[in-house]
Design a protein around this ligand. Sequence first.
Ligand code: OSB
Ligand code: MG
Length: 371
Amino acid sequence: MKLESVTVRRLKMEMLSPFTTSFATQTHRDLLIVVAHSGGDIGYGECVAISAPLYSEEATSTCAVALGEFLIPALRGREIAHPSEVSEILSPFKRNNMAKSALEGAVWDLWAKKQGVSLAESFGGIKTAVDVGLSIGIKETEAELIEAVGAAVDTGYQRAKIKIAPGRDEKFLRAVRTEFPETAIMADANSAYSLDDIELFTALDDLDLMMIEQPLAHDDIVDHRHLQSRIRTPVCLDESIHSADDARQAIELGSCRIINVKIGRVGGIAESQKIEKICREAGVGLWCGGMLETGVGRAHNVAIAALAGFDLPGDTAPSARYWAEDIIDPEVVMHNGQITVPTTPGLGYQVKGELLEELTVSSFSVDLETV
Ligand code: OSB
Ligand code: MG
């Protein structure tokens, strides 16, 4: 297939509740929806970057520039036989993974719709439902955190991930563990610590955490290796993994025992598939992370988590966790801690055109038919 045009919409969406990490508090999402057109079919991708480069080097505005100036024009005149070719076509451009992934995701959805297969089926996802965990932002008090974990358990989430930062770590986690002796809990530091904090991490070992996610620097795999060799709790890498090579090297070094894949962070579905294979063959735990996606990104996440190697619950909570009204119909729902993997073509959800229009703050289109 050949693409006729690609539209990039910048959306502003209010979140139901603020979400605090060690790097920022988000009250709304500032995101891009990429819409690819070919022969009357439409594919959708989501760019998961946030407003400022606080999680990774990408930001919503830089992704819009990368898409408009470099990535989308690179597809001009290209006959795409399979969506995995997109990441190859874009590979001369360094990084800009979230921007690349948004475009690849839109092409993948479009292609799957043309083939009449679901996203999951199009890349070999075998599960009929995926296991879901909840990511809980940093709270002011231990009581608030305990209430949030209790609500997660009552709602049926299969594990609770607790965001931590210096001053909001051991005491908070210990309070949760005392209140919930049997619950599967883990922590995510979003790179807020260094090896100087080794005593904190050894002290956490008796809390029986499923894992500790990205404790050290966002671009590190060497110090994580030293940390992992000193603690029993599995280290999970998020920010440090941008490619299949990163995953392979981190595993070879012993820097982690678990990997969090975010399709956007690693540059797309094709790269996510490579990481899944590496983890499956190495016996390394794997799960799908989240970036507070709308239904479009969420549908991609649920589809990738249907691959066999994704053996741990992901941060793929249902729509109602984030939005008063999601941009897809039906919304993503959870039953008994699981989300059913759609079997209808492409994303498996309808994008609500009017709501998309209403939420659009700005947009541009790149015509790919004229030279
Ligand atoms: O580190 O996993 C993270 C949200 C924004 C940026 C980084 C992270 C997160 C989350 C939220 O943990 C997961 C979700 O519910 O989408
Ligand atoms: Mg994380």
